[in-house]
Design a binder for this molecule. Structure first.
Ligand code: 9MR
Length: 353
């Protein structure tokens, strides 16, 4: 029996997802859901989706389907997931998400083509031991971008093409991409992505770029220069990982506006607002104002097409695993009850643009 175990699990997962899709779509999207409000505000409201939770939990599936009209793969479109062994692609989990989205009338954000994290071990090891040289690495990157964008062609409305390539001081991150290929890797990656799916909107994406600061200015200058050279970069993604222990970034609307002025789209791509635990009502109220502040900056500019939260229940959030003693960063608590942040987002969407 042992060798049947894996395929059986895979089959079961697929069956459960389809069943979930049916039961969730049988429930009408209620008029006051975030997605119904977002439709009226002409913006996409999105969520990062944890595929394990989507397969395992009915509440998670129902909420994903009923509250959001855009989804992002939290992990399963990253390079280590899709090409775990060199030349062997595994699109299965990402395909399940795309199928779920299709069944629920949701758009899909692609995340992410080039990053310095979650790279396959064969690639990082090969670069480290010198068996993959710079010329080969460039070819590998070209092949990866082409394979992934082609696989999802026509099904992704926004791609995070390059992710987190600047430091907070505005210098380029010293990643293996910069070390081996030099700064031209950025333009190359956009050109290759565009060649594979000319209709997808191609985004730069990073954290700590909500307001006007050295890092967001580096992106602004990069975007302006690339566009002048005819490089197909069409969007700026502001992740929006905030914490209530720091002040709310003051000039988010100005920042969005300057990218809009370049003719670019903007998006809030990974919004969450963490706090030191335990939770209390004052912290929750403050958190709500942070969510609302970012949402208002989005709704205030026609350039802003989507507002995505990085997890929607405190039951499934990356925050506690990374920031010791912090958490409660999402719209719903661990029991899926609505927090003040949920109400604030719903009210913001109801007020519209
Ligand atoms: O939420 C993701 C978490 O499950 C992964 O373990 C982590 C690995 O680095 O990546 C998290 O998502 C990140 C996203 O891809 C890029 N911006 C920062 C996000 C939070 O770390």
């Amino acid at each position: 029996m042992k060798h049947f175990r894996m395929p059986a699990t895979v089959l079961l997962s697929a069956a459960m997802l389809v069943a979930g899709a049916q039961s969730a779509s049988a429930r009408p999207v209620h008029d006051a859901s975030l997605r119904a409000l977002a439709d009226r505000a002409d913006v996409r409201i999105g969520a990062a989706v944890d595929m394990t939770a989507l397969v395992d939990e009915t509440d998670y599936r129902r909420t994903t389907a009923s509250e959001f009209n855009s989804v992002t793969a939290e992990n399963v479109m990253k390079w280590e997931s899709v090409e775990p062994e060199r030349g062997t692609y595994d699109w299965s989990k990402a395909d399940e998400l795309v199928a779920f989205a299709r069944a629920h009338g949701q758009a899909v954000r692609g995340h992410t083509l080039l990053w310095h994290n979650q790279l396959p071990a064969w690639l990082t090891a090969g670069v480290a031991d010198g068996s993959i040289d710079a010329k080969e690495l460039r070819g590998i990157l070209h092949k990866h971008v082409t394979a992934e964008v082609s696989h999802f062609k026509g099904r992704i409305y926004q791609w995070d093409v390059v992710n987190e390539v600047f430091n907070d001081d505005g210098s380029l991150r010293d990643s293996l991409w910069l070390q081996k290929l030099g700064p031209s890797y950025i333009a190359d990656t956009f050109r290759w992505a565009h060649a594979a799916d000319p209709k997808a909107k191609l985004f730069l994406n990073d954290y700590n770029v909500e307001g006007v600061n050295a890092k967001s200015t580096a992106y602004y200058e990069l975007a302006r220069d690339l566009r002048k050279q005819g490089v197909p970069v069409q969007g700026f993604g502001i992740q929006g990982h905030l914490s209530i222990q720091y002040g709310f970034p003051g000039d988010v609307s100005d920042n969005v506006a300057r990218f809009a002025k370049l003719g670019m789209q903007t998006a809030f791509t990974e919004v969450d607002v963490r706090m030191a635990l335990p939770v209390d009502s004052e912290k929750l109220a403050k958190q709500a104002t942070y969510f609302r502040g970012l949402l208002d900056a989005c709704l205030g500019s026609r350039s802003c097409k989507s507002f995505t939260v990085w997890g929607f229940t405190d039951k499934h959030s990356w925050v506690p695993g990374v920031f010791t003693g912090e958490g409660a960063a999402t719209l719903l608590d661990e029991e899926y009850a609505q927090k003040p942040a949920y109400t604030a987002v719903a009210e913001g969407l109801r007020e519209g643009r």
